[in-house]
Design a protein around this ligand. Structure first.
Ligand code: NAI
Ligand code: MG
Length: 358
């Protein structure tokens, strides 16, 4: 059988995104060369804030046709100090997530070797979660507008959109995710006390979908109470699903509770597989450390492992994760985790560890 070959679109974009994607590609190419069980080719795209300053837009018109030729995308981070964040985020990342219907944003959270849980009472084993974020509608649907500019009654609306189809597909995805994990436990996060329309529809659809998953135990939480439960009773949680806004916030909290934003990975999935999925670290472009060579590449390498798993290379993904964890366990850590390693030296250490394991 010929070895499978994967074509990956690389979009490093801005700031430390460029640094961590370069380090990750080096690791993944080394993994492929060492294992020889698959081939992988990265094609680089220059889309980001420099491209925007030259071209007046973040993405070319034919971007969707271009990306659909690839098996998956590896993304860095977008955002520059001299461009408003809503322009950069909507110009690049949100311009892809919506049109490509990458409706499931999946963020595994567990303490990584080298990190420590934030609360003295918590044991590392207390946190082992998968956060599932609705990624295509809700509060980030982009509906709304501004009027009466510069009047004292200047008005802005931000309309959250919740559709039956959008809620049901993410709910099924979340129940499937919960079912695939040992504890088969799902928590549905809403705010259906004060938001009496969209959030109530979420609750109703959760109950409907749950009937198809009698083997999954589920409960629901209001988002404010959920922040408390994540801190106080982390061991009571496993798979968590919620809206675009709620899970955006809860996933940063989760990353901080488990250790560091520098190790937090994410996948933007089109579960129908009609479009290539995008894999990226949770963090942004980190202006404060850009160009210093000290950005933690672990979040992006872990995201790339999720990418390999998604395209069908689970065994290679396992090898990569074992190597990555071993390197961190040995204390090769960037300054955000209290170490002195550079982005480059972590990547080199992971490459060496892959050779030991393979
Ligand atoms: P950020 O995630 O870029 O940085 C927050 C803090 O975490 C900073 O102190 C940074 O140094 C640190 N940090 C982040 N990643 C790290 C890593 N890999 N290693 C070591 N330390 C790390 O968030 P911030 O500062 O709110 O946003 C900066 C820019 O990034 C903004 O333009 C924002 O819109 C954008 N952004 C983009 C995202 C994306 O492309 N998915 C996600 C979040 C923010
Ligand atoms: Mg966020």
């Amino acid at each position: 059988m010929p070895t499978p070959k994967y074509n990956i679109a690389s979009i490093p974009a801005d700031g430390i995104g460029i640094e961590v994607v370069a380090a990750t590609i080096k690791v993944i190419e080394h993994l492929a060369q060492t294992l020889k069980t698959f081939e992988i080719e990265f094609t680089h795209f220059p889309w980001g804030s420099d491209y925007y300053k030259k071209e007046g837009r973040y993405l070319p018109d034919d971007v969707l046709d271009v990306l659909r030729k690839y098996d998956a995308c590896l993304f860095g981070a977008v955002g520059a100090p001299d461009i408003p964040d809503h322009i950069s985020l909507w110009g690049l990342l949100l311009a892809l997530r919506g049109p490509m219907q990458l409706y499931a944003n999946v963020r595994p959270v567990r303490p990584f070797p080298g990190t420590r849980v934030r609360f003295a009472e918590s044991k590392p084993s207390d946190i082992d979660w998968v956060l599932v974020r609705e990624n295509s509608e809700g509060e980030y649907a982009g509906q709304g507008g501004r009027s009466h500019l510069n009047q004292p009654w200047e008005t802005a609306t931000e309309v959250a959109i919740f559709t039956r189809i959008g809620i049901e597909r993410i709910m099924r995805f979340a129940f499937e995710t919960a079912r695939s994990r040992p504890r088969k436990l799902l928590t549905v996060v809403t705010k259906s006390n004060s938001m009496r329309n969209g959030m109530v529809l979420w609750d109703e659809i959760a109950r409907e979908v749950a009937a198809d998953y009698p083997d999954v135990q589920w409960d629901k939480m209001l988002v404010d109470a959920m922040t408390v439960r994540m801190v106080v009773k982390p061991e009571s949680l496993d798979t968590i699903v919620g809206t675009n806004l709620h899970m955006d916030i809860l996933s940063d909290l989760a990353a901080a509770l488990a250790g560091s934003i520098g190790v937090a990975p994410s996948s933007n999935l089109d579960p129908t597989r009609k479009n290539p999925s995008i894999f990226e670290p949770v963090h942004g472009s980190a202006f404060d450390i850009t160009g210093k060579g000290i950005a933690n590449p672990v979040a992006t390498i872990w995201s790339a492992a999720e990418m390999l798993r998604w395209v069908g290379e689970a065994s290679a993904a396992d090898t990569l994760m074992t190597a990555l964890e071993e390197v961190c366990r040995k204390g090769v850590l960037t300054p955000d985790l209290g170490g002195t390693a550079t982005t480059e030296s972590v990547a080199t250490a992971v490459c060496k560890e892959i050779e030991v394991i393979a």
